[in-house]
Write a protein that binds this ligand. Structure first.
Ligand code: ADP
Ligand code: ASP
Ligand code: MG
Length: 408
C-alpha cells in the first residue's frame, strides 16, 4: 500500500464528464489498496473568467479581494469530484486550502506555503476516505485567503506530498509528460522519460508552464518523487523528475528548449556612468516589488551608458513609472520600453562538459536572420531575448539544431 498524492489540472476536470473519468481513475488506484490525496485545479478557463470579473470592477483589483474571488474556482471542483467519488461507492471528503490549514505568508496572489497541518487528512485517510484538496490556495496567519500564483495547484500537490511523506506525487495534465519543448509549438517534440530536478527547475523558470516552478523547488528540497502524466491516457509512465543524472544513458547536451512570452524590456538611455548607478536604478524597482530578469549595462562612452533589463510583461507599466522617476533623479536622458519581446532558452546539464553550445545557438539564429537583443547564460542554460515575432521560428530551428526532434 502506498500513499499517493495526485493532482489534476484544469483541462482534466474541465467538464463534469471529465470529473467522472478522474473519479474512475482514482477508484482504480484505491482498489489496488493505495491511500489517495487528490488536489484539483479549477475547471479550465474558470480562473481567467474570475480574474476577468474582478477586472470589470477594478482595473487593478485589490489583491486581498482578488484572492477571495479567484480561490472559488477550486472550491467548485473539490465538491464535484467528491460527489463523483461517492457515486462510485467511495468514501470522499473535500477541503479548501484554509480548511486543511495550508498556512502561507501574506503575499496575496503569489503567496508561499509555510506549513501544512496534516492531522485531519491523515485521520480521514485512516478511516478510508479519499481526501480531495483545493489547489492554489491557503490562508495566512491572520486568516486571510491567499492564492499561490498561476499554476499554483502543482505546488499544493507537491507540498502536500512532502508534508505527508507520500510515496509519490503524480501531476496529471493534458500532455503525457515533459517534452523537449512545448508540443503545441513543435509537433516534433519528444517526450522525456526522465529529467533532472535541476533541468526541470530551469525549464519551469524559463517559461515551460507544465509545472509551476515552486512545485519543482519543493520536490527537490523535500525529495518528493514527482511524475508528470496524462489524465487522458489509461496508462503510460509519463516523465519522472529525478535527482540523479542517468549515468547509464549518454546524456544529450541539450535536454530542452523553453520560451516565455510574458516578458518586456526597459532601457534607460544616457545614464551617467558612475559607481552605484545600477543600485540607483534597480533599488527602486525592487522596492516596488517588481522582479527583474535579465540585466545588461553597456560599456560607457562619453561618460554615459545605457542600462537595460527585462520584467514580467504584466508589470511593465508599473516598472516604467518607477523608471521615469529614477530618470529625473539620476539625470538620465530617456526611458524606452518594448513589450513585444520574448525569451528563448536552451537547457541541459550536458552543457557543463560541452563547449560550443552558445556559438551553435547564435549561428542557428543568425542563419534565420533573427536578431538577438540580449543574452544571459548560466552553467546549464543559455537564454536570448528576441523580437516576439520570431518566437515560434526560433524554438523550432533550435529544437532541430540541437537534434531534439523525435525523428532523430
Ligand atoms: P494543467 O491545467 O494540467 O496544470 P498546464 O496548461 O498548466 O496544465 O500545463 C500543461 C501544458 O504545458 C501543456 O498543454 C503544454 O502546452 C505546456 N508545456 C509547455 N512546455 C512544455 C513541455 N516542455 N513539456 C510538456 N508540456 C509543456
Ligand atoms: N486555477 C489556477 C490557475 O489557473 C491554479 C492552477 O490551475 O494550478 O492558475
Ligand atoms: Mg498548470
Amino acid at each position: 500500500m502506498a500513499l499517493i498524492v495526485q493532482k489534476y489540472g484544469g483541462t482534466s476536470v474541465g467538464t463534469t464528464e471529465r470529473i467522472k473519468n478522474v473519479a474512475k481513475r482514482i477508484a482504480r488506484f484505491q482498489k489496488e489498496g493505495h491511500q489517495l490525496v487528490i488536489v484539483v485545479s479549477a475547471m479550465t478557463g474558470e480562473t481567467n473568467r474570475l480574474i476577468g470579473l474582478a477586472k470589470d470592477i477594478q482595473s487593478s483589483p485589490d489583491p486581498r479581494e482578488l484572492d477571495v474571488v479567484v480561490s472559488t474556482g477550486e472550491q467548485v471542483t473539490i465538491g464535484l469530484l467528491s460527489m463523483a467519488l461517492m457515486e462510485l461507492g467511495l468514501k470522499a471528503r473535500s477541503y479548501t486550502g484554509p480548511q486543511v490549514r495550508i498556512l502561507t505568508d501574506n503575499t496575496h496572489t503569489k503567496a508561499r506555503i509555510l506549513k501544512i497541518d496534516e492531522d485531519r487528512i491523515r485521520q480521514d485517510l485512516d478511516e478510508g476516505h479519499v481526501v480531495v484538496v483545493a489547489g492554489f490556495q491557503g490562508v495566512d496567519e491572520a486568516g486571510n485567503i491567499t492564492t499561490l500564483g498561476r499554476g499554483g495547484s502543482d505546488t499544493t500537490g507537491v507540498a502536500l506530498a512532502a508534508a505527508l511523506h507520500a510515496d509519490e506525487c503524480q501531476i496529471y495534465t493534458d500532455v503525457d509528460g515533459v517534452y523537449t519543448t512545448d508540443p503545441r509549438i513543435v509537433p516534433e517534440a519528444r517526450k522525456l522519460d526522465r529529467i533532472t530536478f535541476e533541468e526541470m527547475l530551469e525549464m519551469a523558470s524559463l517559461g515551460s508552464k507544465v509545472l509551476q516552478i515552486r512545485s519543482v523547488e519543493f520536490a527537490g528540497k523535500y525529495k518528493v518523487k514527482l511524475r508528470v502524466l496524462s489524465s487522458f491516457q489509461e496508462d503510460g509512465e509519463g516523465t519522472l523528475i529525478t535527482v540523479e543524472e542517468d549515468s547509464s544513458m549518454e546524456q544529450p547536451i541539450i535536454s530542452g528548449i523553453a520560451f516565455n512570452r510574458d516578458e518586456a524590456k526597459l532601457t534607460v538611455l544616457g545614464v551617467p556612468d558612475r559607481p552605484g548607478i545600477a543600485y540607483q536604478i534597480l533599488g527602486p524597482i525592487a522596492d516596488a516589488n517588481l522582479d527583474v530578469d535579465m540585466i545588461i549595462q553597456n560599456v560607457g562612452h562619453d561618460g554615459t551608458t545605457d542600462f537595460s533589463f527585462t520584467v514580467n510583461r504584466s508589470e511593465f507599466d508599473k516598472a516604467r513609472g518607477v523608471l521615469e522617476e529614477v530618470k529625473a533623479h539620476i539625470g538620465a536622458r530617456e526611458v524606452v520600453g518594448d513589450k513585444g519581446i520574448c525569451k528563448v532558452s536552451a537547457v541541459g546539464v550536458g552543457m557543463r562538459s560541452h563547449p560550443g553550445v552558445a556559438s551553435k545557438m547564435f549561428r542557428t539564429l543568425a542563419e534565420e536572420g533573427i536578431n538577438i537583443q540580449m543574452i544571459s547564460t548560466s552553467e546549464i542554460k543559455i537564454s536570448v531575448v528576441l523580437d516576439e515575432k520570431y518566437l515560434e521560428l526560433a524554438v523550432r530551428v533550435l529544437h532541430k539544431a540541437f537534434e531534439l526532434d523525435h525523428a532523430n
